[in-house]
Every structure is written in C-alpha cells, then in structure tokens.
Design a protein around this ligand. Structure first.
Ligand code: SF4
Ligand code: SF4
Length: 106
C-alpha cells in the first residue's frame, strides 16, 4: 500500500455557475455600490469589456435604452470591471459594512 499523501483536487466537473451558486450575499437593497460616471461614454465604448469580463454577469447592455444595466447585487467584488474599462468610467466602492459577498474558505 502506498504511503503517498492523498491530494484533494477541486471538482473539475463543477462549472463556474455551480460554484457561484454557493456564494452568499447580503444584498443592500437601498444602495448600489456600483455605477457609471458618464453614461455617454458607455454609448461610445465599442467593445464594452465590462460585460464580457465580469465573472458574475453583472452588466448587460440595454439596446433600446442605450444604457448599461447593473445587477450590483450579484457582484463578487473582484474589481475586474474597474481594470478593463477603457474610459475609467466606474464609480466603484465596496458595499457598506455588513453587506456584499461572503466567501466560504476551506
Ligand atoms: S467598459 Fe466602461 S465605458 Fe465601456 S460600457 Fe463598461 S462601464 Fe461603460
Ligand atoms: S467587481 Fe467583479 S464581479 Fe463585481 S461587477 Fe466588477 S467585474 Fe463584476
């Protein structure tokens, strides 16, 4: 019998959606911690990378309204949207104390 240590690997069959389903949120119903500074910049923004790069699909482009819909309650607070926005167009802050995402470690 081998004495090699048993290495537990993450469940490779679990998709991102399954993993995100386990994340817990305390939603601040009164305040969004995300917003855009200049909505006109979003109209000019050709690729709108915030939409494709956000792992939690927080952003959606509303074609009729020509504006960004922001489902802030799903935000994982990773900061990616701030980095990828070519117009530095985000108002971004952490949710108020006691609200936001709660990660489970281990
Ligand atoms: S990347 Fe920035 S400018 Fe472009 S749509 Fe998103 S928030 Fe607007
Ligand atoms: S911080 Fe991360 S999860 Fe939250 S909206 Fe930005 S990219 Fe999406």
């Amino acid at each position: 019998m081998s004495n090699d240590p048993v290495i537990m690997k993450p469940d490779a069959n679990k998709g991102l959606d399954d993993k995100l389903y386990t994340v817990k949120y305390e939603v601040d119903e009164e305040n969004s911690h995300l917003g855009v500074i200049d909505p006109e910049a979003c109209i000019r923004c050709e690729r709108k990378p915030c939409i494709s790069k956000c792992p939690a699909e927080v952003y959606r482009w509303l074609e009729n309204e020509q504006e960004l819909e922001i489902a802030y309650e799903n935000c994982l607070e990773c900061g990616t949207c701030r980095v990828v926005c070519p117009y530095d167009n985000f108002e971004w802050e952490y949710p108020r104390g006691g609200f936001g995402v709660a990660y489970k470690f281990g």
